[in-house]
Write a protein that binds this ligand. Structure first.
Ligand SMILES: *[C@@H]1O[C@H](CO)[C@@H](O)[C@H](O)[C@H]1NC(C)=O
Ligand SMILES: *[C@@H]1O[C@H](CO)[C@@H](O)[C@H](O)[C@H]1NC(C)=O
Ligand SMILES: *[C@@H]1O[C@H](CO)[C@@H](O)[C@H](O)[C@H]1NC(C)=O
Ligand SMILES: *[C@@H]1O[C@H](CO)[C@@H](O)[C@H](O)[C@H]1NC(C)=O
Ligand SMILES: *[C@@H]1O[C@H](CO)[C@@H](O)[C@H](O)[C@H]1NC(C)=O
Ligand SMILES: *[C@@H]1O[C@H](CO)[C@@H](O)[C@H](O)[C@H]1NC(C)=O
Ligand SMILES: *[C@@H]1O[C@H](CO)[C@@H](O)[C@H](O)[C@H]1NC(C)=O
Length: 330
């Protein structure tokens, strides 16, 4: 990795950006709604089981799901929240013009199905956040992002940047807006959907692959005061907070052994602990790993169902925007 980018990642760490009071507050916030988060996730899990059961009994009688458990099994659900923060990186592949209002974001991409069940909670009131737009994007099974398909996922970002500009990114300022690096208008594996009256939403996608010097992750942002254009992209909408979803290493190993993931041999995948953003998020209490179960209740190879609850610190929002937003983009 280009050294300056490493430096910028380091600067996102607690010694520079966060004082101990902020860290203590984040850590407290991540835990304080644990009962409500636990209840919320269990409700979502129960509702989903009920929906799947209903689907299995519908019209043509055909279903890809078999309901095996009589009672909902939810001991795998954690109570913690992933606190979204203004500081967490958008990454260079944020591209609002290609984010479409839809729940199924697969298009033509091949991979293990992933259903994401996402809850939003206000960590000050412990109440669900309704009608907040959740914005999701991630790379495909071999590490490419739509709208940036011309950038090699196996070449580090500093080199890609240098190749295009003949300069290296100059500190955080030089990394302010990288939308100009997009190479196309493809929209796959990007989607947005609002939370319902329970503060929940969901997406159908595929399990992401990986690209150079990053662990497997999914980007998420939430927007308030949003509206959409006729072509389904967002017209305006303050970005309240940003986060990245990480996944359990053992599950990643299982999925990466399957095609088409297994063909991505040009680079070595970073595990979570090797990833700078993962470490930063862990240190700030912003981190939680996706809770998962097999979509069919049997085998992860047939699909993964993932649950996560994002916590938003609404006291950090003024006039629909985040206070002291520092959109870093590494
Ligand atoms: C998690 O939430 C459930 C449901 O409210 C509660 O019974 C349990 O004690 C919580 N666990 C922890 C560790 O907070
Ligand atoms: C339902 O399953 C039967 C038997 O496998 C198959 O013949 C039929 O085409 C299926 N119907 C639909 C709508 O998939
Ligand atoms: C949607 O419309 C906006 C505004 O005209 C444009 O900037 C954007 O590229 C369009 N996106 C798609 C996917 O058509
Ligand atoms: C991921 O996207 C890139 C760029 O469009 C494409 O070349 C590659 O085949 C895709 N990977 C898979 C597994 O389809
Ligand atoms: C550098 O950019 C050119 C096009 O400008 C492209 O053909 C080439 O693949 C790029 N090289 C790398 C390492 O990204
Ligand atoms: C994206 O779409 C817009 C509008 O259709 C077009 O003007 C632009 O050239 C496209 N950009 C790329 C990189 O294909
Ligand atoms: C919501 O968005 C509209 C349109 O951009 C703007 O006029 C209004 O001030 C915004 N309201 C808040 C609370 O941010």
């Amino acid at each position: 990795m280009y050294p300056l980018l490493k430096l910028i990642i380091a600067h996102l760490g607690p010694h520079k950006s966060f004082d101990s009071a902020t860290l203590a507050r984040r850590s407290e916030l991540a835990k304080r709604c644990s009962d409500q988060v636990g209840m919320m996730k269990r409700d979502r899990h129960t509702m989903r089981k009920r929906n799947l059961a209903a689907r299995s009994n519908d019209g043509d009688g055909n279903t890809t799901y078999t309901i095996t458990a009589a009672a909902p099994k939810y001991d795998f659900l954690k109570n913690d929240t992933c606190i979204l923060t203004p500081e967490t990186s958008n990454g260079p592949y944020v591209y609002p013009p290609s984010q479409l209002l839809r729940q199924n974001m697969v298009e033509n991409q091949v991979g293990v199905p992933l259903e994401l069940d996402i809850g939003l909670i206000d960590v000050n009131t412990c109440e669900p956040l309704t009608n907040v737009l959740v914005d999701i994007w991630h790379c495909n099974a071999t590490g490419s992002y739509s709208s940036f398909t011309g950038l090699d996922p196996n070449t580090d970002f500093g080199t890609l940047y240098h190749n295009l500009t003949n300069t290296y990114p100059n500190g955080t300022h030089g990394l302010g807006d990288l939308e100009w690096m997009h190479t196309d208008n493809a929209t796959w594996l990007r989607g947005m959907w609002p939370t319902d009256k329970h503060g929940a939403t969901s997406f159908q996608t595929i399990f992401p692959g990986f690209y150079v010097e990053r662990a497997i992750h999914i980007h998420a942002q939430v927007h308030t005061n949003w509206s959409v254009l006729t072509n389904g992209t967002i017209a305006h909408g303050r970005t309240v907070s940003t986060g990245q979803i990480f996944i359990d290493e053992a599950l990643e190993e299982e999925i990466m052994a399957l095609e088409p993931y297994a063909s991505h041999t040009q680079i070595t995948r970073y595990t979570n602990v090797e990833d700078g953003i993962y470490s930063t998020e862990s240190e700030t209490g912003a981190m939680t790993i996706l809770d998962t179960e097999p979509l069919d209740g049997v085998d992860y190879k047939n699909g993964v169902l993932g649950y996560i609850t994002f916590g938003v610190d609404t006291t950090q929002i003024r006039d629909g925007s985040t206070v002291n937003a520092n959109p870093s983009v590494v």
